[in-house]
Design a protein around this ligand. Structure first.
Ligand SMILES: [Zn+2]
Ligand SMILES: [Zn+2]
Length: 271
């Protein structure tokens, strides 16, 4: 198969196993580039901070995949973690996939998000507490990182409790030990599941074609407010339509969602 028929993916973290559906939706073959260290683009453990937005980071990986492979299509994946957007109390994960078409210089993206089930950090002062942390997060299926990058006991590759024991004993002589879950996809099963979900959304999106130029990736890009209050007729901030846009020619259309909303959603009737 020629390079025009391949979708390149930079990964050392086993994401290919869950992203085959994206290539399939395009009728392409997935080509892995696993000899490039994606950690050099920024890591979760702050050894190298990431620059720019999550979209920029995913797009940079997708473009790099095209450049390194000579493929027309490249796929970039980037996750972010923080407090949930509702109450800011639970850890929240956002997985973004960006598909780059080097020929038309256009992108189609998809997002999956939800509670980040394995996003935890702890500072422990005893060996028992360190082992309890490992057990609670589901080690060894879920990986974890021992210490901080500049500490001599720093270890991202522990696979057995014996390794934790040894590192912890060393670290605890100097004070508390920092532990955190490994957010790299191959060491974080719940994150991998969310990347798979983003892959399904992207594959679905690639099946939809632009009504004007027929490019793939005709997709919702936002909401249009202005649904009318069913009591007073005021145009509320609630969405009345979805905005769909072509990733290639930028053609846009509106898809109506609802004409009216209950007065409870109205800023005038229910301020
Ligand atoms: Zn179009
Ligand atoms: Zn009203």
């Amino acid at each position: 198969m020629s390079r025009a028929n391949r979708l390149a993916l930079l990964t050392r973290h086993g994401k290919a196993a869950v992203l085959g559906g994206v290539a399939e939706a395009l009728g392409l073959e997935l080509q892995l580039i696993d000899d490039f260290d994606t950690d050099s683009l920024g890591t979760f453990t702050l050894e190298r901070p990431r620059l720019g937005s999550q979209f920029d980071a995913a797009l940079a990986k997708a473009k790099l995949a095209c450049e390194l492979s000579g493929c027309r299509w490249g796929l970039g994946s980037e996750g972010s973690f923080g407090p949930d957007p509702y109450l800011a109390q639970a850890p929240w994960g956002v997985e973004l996939l960006v598909l780059h078409d080097a020929q038309t210089d256009s992108q189609v993206h998809a997002v999956a998000q939800g509670p980040a089930l394995a996003y935890r950090q702890a500072s422990v002062s005893s060996l028992d507490a360190a082992i309890a942390f490992a057990t609670e997060i589901g080690f060894p299926a879920q990986g974890f990182i021992i210490g901080r990058a500049d500490e001599p006991w720093f270890d991202k590759e522990a696979r057995e409790l014996a390794q934790l024991r040894q590192r912890a004993e060393q670290a605890l002589l100097h004070g508390e030990l920092w532990l955190e879950t490994d957010m790299r996809a191959h060491r974080n099963p719940s994150r991998m599941a969310m990347i798979a979900q983003a892959g399904q959304v992207l594959a679905q999106r690639l099946h939809e074609r632009c009504p004007r130029c027929e490019a793939r990736g005709w997709a919702p890009v936002g909401l249009i407010s202005g649904a009318r209050c069913d009591c007073c007729g005021h145009a509320t901030s609630a969405a009345r339509a979805q905005r769909l846009q072509c990733a290639v020619c930028r053609h846009e259309e509106e898809k109506p969602l609802r004409e009216t909303v209950p007065a409870a959603r109205c800023e005038l009737c229910n301020p």
